[in-house]
Design a protein around this ligand. Sequence first.
Ligand SMILES: Nc1ncnc2c1ncn2[C@@H]1O[C@H](COP(=O)(O)OP(=O)(O)OP(=O)(O)O)[C@@H](O)[C@H]1O
Ligand SMILES: [Mg+2]
Length: 163
Amino acid sequence: MGTQPAMLPLDPNEILVAASEEEMLDLGRRIGVRMRAGDILLLEGDLGAGKTTLAKGIVEGFGASLAEDVSSPTFPIVHEYRGGPAGAHRTVFHLDLYRLETQHEVRGIGLDDLLDAVEDGAAVMLVEWAERFPRLWPADAIRVRITMCDETRKLSLWRPAVE
Ligand SMILES: Nc1ncnc2c1ncn2[C@@H]1O[C@H](COP(=O)(O)OP(=O)(O)OP(=O)(O)O)[C@@H](O)[C@H]1O
Ligand SMILES: [Mg+2]
């Protein structure tokens, strides 16, 4: 059956393009406001594609933190943002797996506990360089692919069909 539209209700015919860092932040905010606890977004793209920039917008749109307070989780691999109005906790786990070599190392950061929390609806997860460890993610994780052409970035966003 191939792919089906992502659950995120962005118009499937909309071409998601960001011509600048600021536009990428805005795209992230638009995605973030539509995310629900339990969602996992795998952010794919080459070095410098804009994964962290998009993540900043997503964290802000979701309501967990201001974009300016979000930074690349190169070390210690996972950043956690908690915010939102009282009684409506909004937690984001933001991972960057670039520096890890093996699945064993990824599990060593406590991935299973993080995935459990997401599955329980306590958080959302954003993962940079998830494609290096394709076997670690739930089949219905949402994939966001960023492609670059000079300053312009194009996003495609889909949730693989789950049999
Ligand atoms: N349209 C654009 N969208 C996003 N970033 C852009 C754009 N045009 C230029 N840039 C620049 O590209 C860089 C993107 O950096 P960012 O850290 O978001 O990428 P990344 O994919 O997370 O990189 P890494 O692979 O190192 O984790 C920033 O310096 C940003 O200013
Ligand atoms: Mg990054």
